[in-house]
Design a protein around this ligand. Structure first.
Ligand code: FES
Length: 306
């Protein structure tokens, strides 16, 4: 007589425990237990709406089959995200269904149409750059909104192309500030070098822009920048009206504080220790500063490069 082992699936959201025969998939078990588990392609391994996060017991999942590997690679799934329609078990697991409603399904459909590999949030080590404009405040106080918007748009457009040329991406702009990251699509070992080259390029471009500013507004701009290298969470965010690649995490705040520290030291470009270590062979230091940073505890060492 054949004997089929049964494993337990603990469902995190439903606070429920169900059984899954060893030759069944997780999806078959949840559907048999009348759980409303999304499976838009009918369990064909084509839609990924059945995805679950294996919160405990990943070692109790059989390795991904070819179908699942295909989707997992395309969507850059971390190890713990599995397709319930393809995953069979050899032990107990704790899972969380990741697709709750129609809105989730819409978001996932869009991920399939994205060219970007960063279709899902992921943690990644990147060079994080904050810049702001020297003299912006006095310019903005003197001129009407039309001129401010026009000048900022020209500035962003120019800087965006330089950042892109150096393999970076602008994640956000606010007023005169730019948040850009480097190393997203590449091995991030050269990310800080790319970031510094971008900042150098931005400063060069600013010389032309300053001629335009002098002629039209009798002013000139400078750029202050802070660079940090560390882990951040990267993910596409979609507000409906606007899509953007958001960068989240304490390291983003750290980069912003480094940029602000330029005002205190009268510098134009400061690097965190982690960022400087990535480029120390290429760039000697001019100055090293020990300082506290707003909102952070302890002393930080910042590097100005020549
Ligand atoms: S149900 Fe479509 S991939 Fe699993």
């Amino acid at each position: 007589m054949s004997h089929t082992t049964s494993n337990k699936i603990h469902l995190f959201k439903e606070k429920q425990e169900i059984h899954c025969a060893e030759d069944n998939t997780i999806l078959k078990a949840t559907l048999a237990a009348h759980i409303n588990h999304a499976h838009a392609c009918g369990g064909q391994g084509k839609c990924s709406t059945c995805r679950v996060s294996i919160m405990e017991g990943i070692e109790n999942c059989y390795p991904k089959n070819e179908l699942e590997l295909l989707i997992a690679t395309k969507l850059n799934f971390p190890e713990e995200i599995r397709l319930a329609c393809q995953t069979k078990l050899k032990g107990d697991v704790l899972i969380r269904r990741m697709v709750s409603d129609e809105l989730d399904i819409d978001l996932i459909s869009e991920q399939f149409s994205e060219d970007s590999e960063i279709a899902l949030g992921r943690q990644q080590k990147l060079a994080i750059v904050f810049t702001d404009i020297v003299n912006y405040t006095s310019f903005a106080e003197k001129f009407p909104p039309y001129d401010i918007v026009h000048v900022l748009n020209r500035y962003y457009q120019m800087m965006n192309s330089i950042i892109k040329d150096n393999k970076g991406i602008i994640s956000d702009v606010a007023g005169d500030g730019i948040l850009a990251v480097f190393g997203i699509d590449e091995d991030s070992d050269n990310a800080v070098l790319d970031a510094i080259q971008a900042i150098e390029g931005m400063n060069q471009k600013l010389e032309d822009f300053n001629e335009y500013l002098k002629e039209n507004f009798n002013t000139h701009f400078g750029i202050r920048a802070g660079v940090h290298y560390g882990n951040v969470i990267v993910g596409p965010f979609d507000t409906g009206a606007m899509k953007k690649l958001a960068i989240i995490g304490d390291n983003v705040n750290y980069a912003s504080r480094i940029e602000s520290a330029n005002k205190e030291f009268g510098t134009k470009l400061l690097l965190s220790k982690e960022a400087y270590q990535k480029v120390e062979e290429a760039y000697p230091t001019c100055n090293v500063f020990e300082t506290t940073l707003k909102g952070k505890t302890g002393l930080y060492t910042l590097y100005e490069i020549c």
